[in-house]
Write a protein that binds this ligand. Structure first.
Ligand SMILES: Nc1ncnc2c1ncn2[C@@H]1O[C@H](COP(=O)(O)OP(=O)(O)O)[C@@H](O)[C@H]1O
Ligand SMILES: CC(=O)N[C@@H](CCC(=O)OP(=O)(O)O)C(=O)O
Length: 294
């Protein structure tokens, strides 16, 4: 069907709008957290893969960190286990860890394949590769009994990320795709929340941007209204009054740490919107919640 003059002008305008963003982010690192909740629809997955390839081709260095929480829950259910979370972190016994590794391995390869199908050169990694994510067992402070530390099993608290393998891949044509698994000093694999890995990696890589793709329009207030920008003080209030809960807790904590750690722009956006990533990075249509460092 031929384009009308108005539609053609609109399309040209949208393409042209990308120019200053392409210039600004040229050769800059963009860490993208692809949440398990944002990857459930095949059409959205294809859109995501195309967006990542496009960002690489226009000269940016996209680094993908993926989750897979709902997919892990599905397999746990099939083997007769129930997913249990404390403060947004999965309680991980040995059997659960096997399921986590299995599912994240499959999710990782699916993303790699999809990016490659659209002409990218994705390379899948976990923190075990080159032992680039070193962690120790996480102890969480109990909310009910301050001072009491909770052991939630084989869950990692990041000690150190060695960025050299990622910068090496970035400097070539490659797109790193990272599963959130770390390795302890004695070689044990540890399950790490993907938001935590993405936030820390963005900091260590001195990324220009961290974009967390999830299944809500962003951070919502008590009445379900989108909060477009949040300061540390506002976040503190939302945690204390219970507006933020579950998976949003590690997400907001990591986002704030990254913003304070020097990542210039940290956004939580709706991965259910087609091409949400392109809209966020290459257009004036900033969507979701911007996390401010002060
Ligand atoms: N105030 C809030 N605003 C938005 N989402 C919230 C809020 N509090 C809790 N959540 C929950 O956090 C979830 C996102 O975190 P999570 O399930 O870990 O997603 P992901 O797989 O993208 O990391 C949302 O689906 C929502 O249920
Ligand atoms: C310790 C911990 O909670 N690990 C997460 C890792 C996957 C993840 O973070 O996935 P999403 O981003 O899709 O939530 C888990 O086992 O679910």
């Amino acid at each position: 069907m031929p384009l009308t003059a108005a539609t053609a002008a609109q399309k040209a305008h949208t393409l042209s709008e990308a120019l200053p963003y392409i210039q600004r982010f040229f050769d800059k690192t963009i860490v993208i957290k692809y949440g398990g909740n944002a990857m459930t629809d095949p059409k959205l997955q294809e859109g995501f893969a195309r967006d990542v390839v496009l960002l690489k081709l226009v000269g940016m260095n996209p680094v993908v960190v993926h989750g897979g929480g709902p997919q892990i829950n599905d397999l746990l259910q099939k083997v007769g286990k129930k997913g249990e979370f404390v403060q947004g972190m999965r309680v991980t016994d040995e059997e659960t860890m096997d399921v986590v590794e299995m599912v994240l391995g499959k999710v990782n390869k699916d993303i790699v394949n999809l990016i490659n199908r659209y002409g990218g050169k994705a390379v899948g990694l976990t923190g075990q590769d080159g032992a680039f994510i070193r962690a120790e067992k996480l102890l969480l402070e109990s909310n009910d009994e301050p001072g009491k530390m909770l052991d939630i099993g084989l869950v990692g608290d990041i000690n150190k990320i060695d960025p050299s393998i990622i910068t090496f891949l970035d400097s070539g044509d490659f797109i790193p795709v990272i599963a959130p698994i770390g390795v302890s000093p004695d070689g044990e694999t540890l399950n790490i929340n993907a938001d935590v890995v993405a936030g820390k990696l963005a900091e260590v890589l001195r990324a220009e941007k961290l974009v967390l793709l999830t299944n809500t329009p962003g951070v919502l207030d008590k009445n379900g209204k989108l909060l477009t920008g949040l300061t540390p003080k506002q976040i503190d209030g939302l945690v204390k009054d219970g507006t933020l809960s579950g998976g949003m807790l590690p997400k907001i904590g990591s986002a704030l740490d990254a913003a304070r750690g020097g990542v210039r722009a940290v956004h939580i956006i709706d991965g259910r919107v087609e091409h949400a990533l392109l809209l966020e990075i290459l257009t004036d249509e900033g969507v979701g919640t911007l996390i401010k460092s002060k």
